[in-house]
Write a protein that binds this ligand. Structure first.
Ligand code: AR6
Length: 177
């Protein structure tokens, strides 16, 4: 299938400001907030998000849960729990891929048309971003090929350095697939 390249956007910025059907949160298994992008999303969404998260009773690593977006411009938040990097021999790569697939299962089920991701696991969970980027991009491209309902998938990189890593990974994938 030919893919419209404009359906996948890599950009630098703050995910809490993105207007999309859903933004993805790099959460922890409690789903009760934390630092990094999780803290930023909870601060921007307001206390309604934490109230709804409490009703979910957590989320195992590699799975995903959907809530409302509350005071965010995004309509929904999809919370997923990435793997903690432990050197790469504990199935971290497969678990990270599973996070992206779990998010897209919810996207498909809810009929969402636009979704924005942060770089899952590459902050506090220490997954090397040069290894995470090709895994993320492979899953995003597979979902775009599989789900015609998807109009736009955005990756919001927090720093220009992270954006460069993703851009280079996308160029490298383009050459091989
Ligand atoms: N918009 C986009 N990206 C951001 C933002 C933002 N507002 N803030 C940070 N990032 P992290 P993890 C980037 O640590 O590694 C939390 O405490 C950040 O620069 O947020 O999956 C949770 O509760 C990095 O590139 O998530 C968990 O305990 C990326 O988001 C734990 O951290 C992910 O970094 C999850 O760790």
């Amino acid at each position: 299938m030919t893919q419209n390249p404009y359906r996948l956007l890599l950009t630098q910025g703050d995910i809490t400001r993105v207007d999309a059907d859903a933004i993805v949160n790099a959460a922890n298994t409690s789903l009760l907030g934390g630092g990094g992008v999780d803290g930023a999303i909870h601060r921007a969404a307001g206390p309604g998000l934490l109230d709804e998260c409490r009703t979910l009773r957590g989320c195992p690593t590699g799975e995903a849960r959907i809530t409302g977006g509350y005071n965010l411009p995004a309509r929904h938040v999809i919370h997923t729990v990435g793997p903690v990097w432990q050197g790469g021999h504990k199935g971290e790569r497969e678990t990270l891929a599973r996070c992206y697939r779990s998010v897209f299962e919810l996207v498909e089920r809810q009929g969402l048309r636009s979704v924005a991701f942060p770089s899952i696991s590459t902050g506090a969970y220490r997954f090397p971003i040069s290894e995470a980027a090709p895994i993320a991009l492979r899953e995003l491209r597979a979902a775009l090929a599989r789900l015609p309902q998807l109009e736009r998938v955005t990756v919001l990189l927090f720093s220009p350095e992270d954006l460069d890593v993703y851009r280079q990974a996308l160029a490298a994938l383009g050459a091989t697939s």
